[in-house]
Write a protein that binds this ligand. Structure first.
Ligand code: HEM
Ligand SMILES: *[C@@H]1O[C@H](CO)[C@@H](O)[C@H](O)[C@H]1NC(C)=O
Length: 331
């Protein structure tokens, strides 16, 4: 009985696979699938979700890091966990580059990896753990649940040399930001939605002081300036003091559409945040997202899914790293 139902189910699956395959003609095939570990480690996604919940309870800001990780790993050539590699004698880590400034909490990803390894050693990639922790982190922050595919392998080298090519700087033009995202398949509303991530977390004074000293940037809302000056009192911030401004003073712990109201109100911290509200290509979407959280979440979900499928290593490419901060030793 059981097995004939099983066969029927398999038959149904292959029929839907064919139908989907035909539907997707012309679409880029990432080689990823939903629930890749359903046979090899059925508990994987649940373990990750439980760990994210547990760690979030203790260290709220680790959720900001999981969210930022998916951008910094996936936008740079491939979702291959290259972001997580430490420097070696032969190569510099991505984490140490200026574009990664302020990234933190990598040790909590190691905690998740260790929990998964205890259950299924050598099965689940760091790249998938990075992506799934971002998905569950987004939920912890009050954002949407986004179904994401898995099956990524881990890369064997740092992409530090490529960061500037793929990750925009804080003061980059919107044209260049749109170009960089469009190269990985993310359209204008997608870019506007992804920048909504700056609705949580912080920005260090080093990335802001050029808007405050020697003269205050006239684009900044004068009501917001005293707070920024108080948080960043020195034109050249003391590198040892952790000085920063919260990205969204209103709801700093919530991934919500308050970001769009802030930037329309000239309270965007980074120059790109401010420009997003004033460039004629992006402004209509900023206004729409400021009005509708549903619309923001819809576009955000779509863009995160595209980002998460950027050029993964699959099949016999790459490896399953034992530890996320170093490639496996070859024997
Ligand atoms: C034009 C594109 C972007 C630029 C130039 C940019 C730049 C920055 C900068 C300079 C910071 C402050 C870091 C610090 O001082 O600690 C930051 C923070 C952050 N970014 Fe972005 N970002 C961009 C897009 C994104 C995207 C697409 C995401 C997520 C999908 C993201 C998520 C975050 C998060 C969550 C934080 C707060 C991190 C924390 O508090 O630890 N950013 N970003
Ligand atoms: C952007 O800021 C960096 C410093 O963070 C500076 O070196 C660079 O010249 C600035 N670029 C533009 C286009 O203003």
């Amino acid at each position: 009985m059981g097995s004939s139902w099983g066969l029927l189910f398999l038959g149904f699956l292959s029929l839907t696979a064919v139908a989907l395959g035909e539907d997707e003609v012309g679409a880029k095939h990432s080689g990823l699938v939903m629930d890749f570990y359903k046979e090899s480690c059925p508990q994987a996604e649940e373990i990750i979700r439980e760990q994210v919940k547990l760690l979030y309870k203790r260290h709220k800001n680790t959720a900001f890091s999981w969210l930022r990780n998916i951008f910094h790993d996936c936008a740079v050539q491939s979702c291959d966990a290259s972001l997580l590699l430490d420097s070696t004698r032969r190569s510099l880590s991505e984490k140490e580059m200026d574009r990664s400034f302020g990234m933190r909490n990598f040790r909590y990803l190691d905690t998740i990896k260790e929990a998964v390894e205890r259950e299924c050693p050598g099965v689940v990639s760091c790249a998938d753990i990075l992506v799934l922790s971002a998905r569950d982190g987004i939920v912890a922050l009050g954002g949407p649940y986004i179904p994401l595919k898995t099956g990524r392998k881990d890369g064997r080298r740092s992409r530090a040399d490529l960061l500037e090519q793929y990750l925009p700087d804080h003061n980059e033009s919107i044209s260049s930001v749109l170009d960089k995202f469009s190269a990985i398949g993310i359209d204008t509303p997608g870019v506007v939605a992804l920048l909504g991530s700056h609705s949580v977390g912080r920005t260090h004074c080093v990335k802001l002081v050029h808007r405050l000293y020697p003269d205050v940037d006239p684009d900044l809302n004068p009501d917001h300036v005293p707070h920024m000056l108080k948080k960043c009192p020195d034109p050249i911030p003391d590198p040892k003091a952790v000085q920063y401004v919260r990205n969204d003073r209103g709801t700093p712990m919530k991934l919500d559409n308050n970001y769009y109201r802030n930037i329309l109100d000239n309270k965007g911290l980074l120059q790109v945040d401010h420009q997003l509200a004033y460039d004629k290509r992006t402004r209509p979407f900023v206004k729409k997202m400021a009005k509708s959280q549903d619309y923001f979440f819809k576009e955000f979900s779509r863009a995160i899914a595209v980002l998460s499928e950027n050029n993964p290593l699959t099949g016999d490419q790459g490896e399953i790293r034992k530890q996320c901060n170093a490639v496996n030793k070859l024997h």
